[in-house]
Ligand binder design. Structure first.
Ligand SMILES: [Zn+2]
Length: 343
C-alpha cells in the first residue's frame, strides 16, 4: 500500500469539518480553508503522493480526493453564509429603534424673547386704547428724522443722538419719531397711532446698545391736553409693571414737543437705592413725551391753530431689563440661554 489511502482523506475531511465549524470570523474561515484546500494545504500534500500509485488506484484516489474537496468547499460555504448572517443580524440589532423606550424627560421648551414679550404687551395695551399700528423705514432721510421734527442742522440734539450716517446722506433712524412725520403728513385728524421698531445710536453702556427698540405713540385731535397724555402713560406704566409702580414726570426740553417731559420710573433692580443700571440715581429714564410742537404739525400740513396732539417714545429694551431683572442690555442680544432660559 502506498502513502495515500481513503482513510487519510476521511480523516482530513473530518478535521476540516471540525475546524470550519469552530471558525468565528470570515478571516479565520479563509485561513482554515487555505490550510486544507490551498496550493500548500493538506489535500495538496496528500495528492502529491498519488504519483506512486498504479493507474487504477491513482484514478480512484484522485476521484475520492475531488469528492472530499467538494465536500469541504460546501462545508466552508455554509459556514461563511452563517457567519455573514450573524454579522448582519448584529449590525441590524445595533441600529434597531426600540419604540418602547421612554422618551427624553422634560425636553426644554422654547419661549418668546423678552423684547418680543414686552413689545406685545405694549401693543396690546395701546390697541385696547384705540391706537392703530404704523411702521416706518429704518434708513431714513435726514428731513424725516430731524428737520421735520424741528431739529435743524445746527441743533445740538443731532450730536447728542450720535447718529449713524449711511450712503446718500440718509441716516439710520435715531428714534421712531420719523413715523410721526410719515403718518401725519397728508392725514386729517383726529388720529392716534403707535409705531414700534428698531432704532440706532452710536452708544454702548449697561443701559445703551447701538441698536435698540422704541415704541412711539402720538394722538392728534381738537381737544387733546397734557393731562390726557399723563393719564395714558400712568395707565400704561401700571399695565406693564403692576399697580405699585412709581412713576414721575420731569420737565425736559425736546425740540419736537412743547412742553416736554421725561418719564421716569423707580429702578426695580435696586428699589431706589442706586445701582449700576440706573447710574446710582434710583430712577430709570423710560422715555420722553410732550405736546407735539406746533411747527411739527405745520410741517405735516396740519392746522396747529385747530389741532393739538401729544407724542411719546419709550425704550422697550430698558423696560425688559427692569421687568426681568437683567443687569446689562447686551445680555438681551447675546442669545445666551443661561440668561434667556430663566426669564
Ligand atoms: Zn438701580
Amino acid at each position: 500500500m502506498t502513502g495515500v489511502d481513503t482513510h487519510q482523506l476521511e480523516q482530513l475531511e473530518s478535521n476540516a469539518r471540525r475546524e470550519v465549524a469552530e471558525a468565528e470570523s470570515l478571516p479565520d474561515l479563509t485561513a482554515i480553508r487555505a490550510g486544507y484546500l490551498g496550493k500548500k494545504g493538506s489535500l495538496a500534500a496528500i495528492l502529491r503522493g498519488i504519483g506512486e500509485l498504479d493507474g487504477a488506484e491513482r484514478a480512484a484516489v484522485g476521484k475520492s480526493a475531488n469528492i472530499t474537496k467538494g465536500r469541504i468547499e460546501q462545508c466552508v460555504a455554509e459556514r461563511r453564509a452563517a457567519i455573514e448572517a450573524a454579522v448582519r443580524k448584529q449590525a441590524l440589532g445595533a441600529q434597531a429603534l426600540d419604540t418602547s423606550l421612554p422618551g427624553v424627560e422634560d425636553p426644554p421648551l422654547g419661549r418668546l424673547h423678552p423684547i418680543t414679550r414686552v413689545f406685545r404687551d405694549m401693543v396690546e395695551f395701546f390697541s385696547s386704547m384705540g391706537f392703530a399700528i404704523e411702521e416706518g423705514p429704518e434708513v431714513e432721510t435726514q428731513y424725516n428724522n430731524f428737520e421735520a421734527l424741528n431739529i435743524p442742522e445746527v441743533h445740538p440734539a443731532r450730536d447728542e443722538q450720535d447718529t449713524f450716517y449711511v450712503d446718500g446722506g440718509n441716516v439710520l433712524r435715531t428714534h421712531t419719531s420719523n413715523v410721526q412725520i410719515r403718518t401725519m403728513t397728508g392725514r386729517t385728524p383726529p388720529f392716534r397711532f403707535i409705531a414700534p421698531g428698531r432704532v440706532y445710536r452710536h452708544d454702548l453702556s449697561p443701559r445703551h446698545s447701538p441698536m435698540f427698540h422704541q415704541i412711539e405713540g402720538f394722538m392728534v385731535d381738537e381737544q387733546v391736553s397734557f393731562g390726557d397724555l399723563k393719564g395714558l402713560l400712568m395707565a400704561f406704566g401700571r399695565h406693564l409693571m403692576g399697580d405699585d409702580i412709581e412713576l414721575r414726570f420731569r420737565a425736559n426740553d425736546f425740540p419736537f414737543t412743547e412742553p416736554s417731559a421725561e418719564l421716569d420710573y423707580v429702578c426695580l433692580l435696586c428699589e431706589k437705592q442706586g445701582c449700576a443700571v440706573c447710574s446710582g440715581s434710583g430712577w430709570m429714564e423710560w422715555g420722553g413725551c410732550g405736546m407735539i410742537h406746533p411747527r411739527v404739525l405745520e410741517n405735516c400740513g396740519i392746522d396747529s391753530e385747530r389741532y393739538q396732539g401729544f407724542a411719546f417714545g419709550m425704550g422697550v429694551d430698558r423696560t425688559a431689563l427692569l421687568r426681568y431683572g437683567i443687569p446689562h442690555i447686551r445680555l438681551l442680544f447675546e442669545g445666551d440661554l443661561r440668561v434667556l432660559g430663566r426669564i
